[in-house]
Design a protein around this ligand. Structure first.
Ligand code: FAD
Ligand code: SF4
Ligand code: SF4
Ligand code: SF4
Length: 407
């Protein structure tokens, strides 16, 4: 019997699954769907190319084979899709693969009663970071000197962004460049990923990755950490049914995994300090924010995509506060978002990556979140079900916070 905190190397016994590592994630998802533990799986599949990860809503277990493998060149955040298109899992049990930012978004949406966590099963994926499709193509072409369309596989391993591609003679080649080198030149992972400190998503029911898999199992097994009773029950049932096999992790592997996690967290914290300092402080920062947001088209993408922005009646649409028909909107449009979101921002990057005017929204918001946390002693958002600062405020029903019960 497994229990929370247990760790192992696991692999699929299903020959149809071509997993990123051991295929344990696909096998667990397939088992859950086949045995009606869940009604559907929400995961990610390759679109036209490796730079085009698409959300996949799956009800036929056979379709899961096509989704195995990891896609690092994208900016998807899955929980908001559950809120928007699956009625917040109100009446449907859904298993979903989650990176750290997805897991945090799930918790924050659940606090706002937008997602029913009782119906959610989260399979976590350790995450070293992701790259935008635009950046991936740009750096592969300019820095790697390779045609991005000839790349058939990419991965982030041992501190490098590695591509596998077909050269002009039709031969398979691979090339890796260190992430540090790429990022020193303004390339590499998304800026929010560079600041991220959620590397192993233990908020999920099971957290899976490749860190710590060494010896003869390297590349052939998934490192699994059980994070909840629900996770333990699924893992036990799947192994009893013979769809996954597992063994104890090597002691050295455990040590390596722990070291990598702490190095990555420290790197995230260091990047936070650096990027926040570049914003300046006080009036200087405010002036910079006003300047940057003066490009705003008021397209509402940042609001639509943010997992924290979830009010039915958005105050930015009140004509007495933000004048309609004016581009750019007055600064109050952004101030409202800062006030409502900052204490709960989970640094998912959506409001920045998808902004058509490249306004560094996530950087502004994440800086405010960390400073609010330090100033008032709030916990980090997205790690548990603790109510956000705005839960202490009274206001109109459904304005983004008062539907949370007062403590
Ligand atoms: P598989 O059986 O291949 O299943 C993988 C599942 O993940 C599939 O269902 C697939 O649809 C889904 N998926 C693919 N891409 C995404 C995505 N972008 N978002 C959500 N779901 C997705 N592990 C580490 O130990 N260290 C790392 O630094 C690390 N970085 C990662 C970065 C990213 C962006 C991703 C997606 C994964 C990362 N992983 C990392 C996890 C690792 O790549 C494997 O996903 C994990 O080990 C499970 O392997 P598997 O063979 O069991 O998975
Ligand atoms: Fe991964 Fe963190 Fe970036 Fe999300 S924000 S993709 S968890 S590194
Ligand atoms: Fe303005 Fe960018 Fe938000 Fe659109 S996404 S409303 S341009 S800040
Ligand atoms: Fe994500 Fe931006 Fe919302 Fe923060 S403000 S949670 S970075 S979309």
């Amino acid at each position: 019997m497994s229990a929370k905190g247990d760790m192992c190397y696991a692999w699929t016994t299903d020959a149809g699954i071509n997993g990123e590592c051991g295929g344990a994630v696909t096998s667990l998802l397939k088992y859950a769907l086949t045995n009606k533990i869940v009604d559907a799986v929400l995961t990610v599949t390759k679109g036209v190319d490796i730079y085009d990860p698409l959300p996949a809503f799956i009800t036929d277990p056979a379709d899961l084979d096509k989704c195995s493998g990891s896609l690092h060149c994208g900016t998807l955040l899955l929980p908001k899709l559950i809120q928007k298109y699956m009625d917040g899992a109100k009446d449907m049990k859904i298993a979903v693969t989650v990176k750290g930012c997805d897991a945090k978004a799930m918790y924050e949406l659940a606090k706002r009663n937008k997602i029913n966590m009782d119906n959610i099963f989260m399979i976590g994926l350790n995450c070293g970071g992701s790259v935008t499709p635009f950046m991936a193509r740009k750096m592969i072409s300019e820095k790697y000197g390779v045609n991005p369309d000839s790349v058939f596989k990419e991965e982030i391993d041992k501190g490098q962004f590695i591509i596998e591609y077909t050269d002009a003679e039709g031969k398979h080649q691979h090339k890796g460049i260190s992430i540090d080198e790429l990022e020193a030149e303004g390339l590499g992972r998304r800026l929010n990923c560079q600041r991220c400190e959620t590397k192993i998503p233990r908020q999920a029911d099971i957290a899976c990755g490749n860190w710590g898999v060494i010896g003869d199992k390297a590349g052939k097994a998934t490192f699994v950490e059980i994070c909840s009773e629900k996770g333990a029950a699924l893992f036990d049932a799947a192994s009893k049914a013979g769809v996954i096999e597992f063994c104890a992790p090597e002691a050295k592997g455990l040590e390596i995994r722990g070291k990598i996690e702490s190095v990555m967290i420290n790197m995230g914290l260091k990047n936070q300090k650096k990027q926040f300092a570049e914003l300046g402080y006080g009036a200087k920062r405010l002036a910079f924010m006003e300047k940057e947001t003066s490009r705003c088209l008021k397209c509402y993408t940042c609001i639509e995509q943010c997992p924290i922005c979830s009010c039915t009646d958005c105050i930015t649409k009140d004509p007495e506060i933000v004048a309609p028909g004016r581009i750019p909107p007055n600064f109050m449009f952004h101030m409202i978002r800062y006030a409502h979101v900052a204490s709960s921002c989970i640094n998912c990057g959506q409001c920045q990556e998808l902004c058509p005017m490249d306004i560094p929204n996530a950087l502004f918001m994440h800086a405010m979140q960390v400073e609010t946390q330090e100033l008032f002693g709030f916990g980090k958002p997205g790690y548990d079900m603790t109510l956000p600062a705005l839960a202490y405020t009274e206001g109109k029903k459904d304005n983004g916070f008062v539907y949370i019960k007062m403590p």
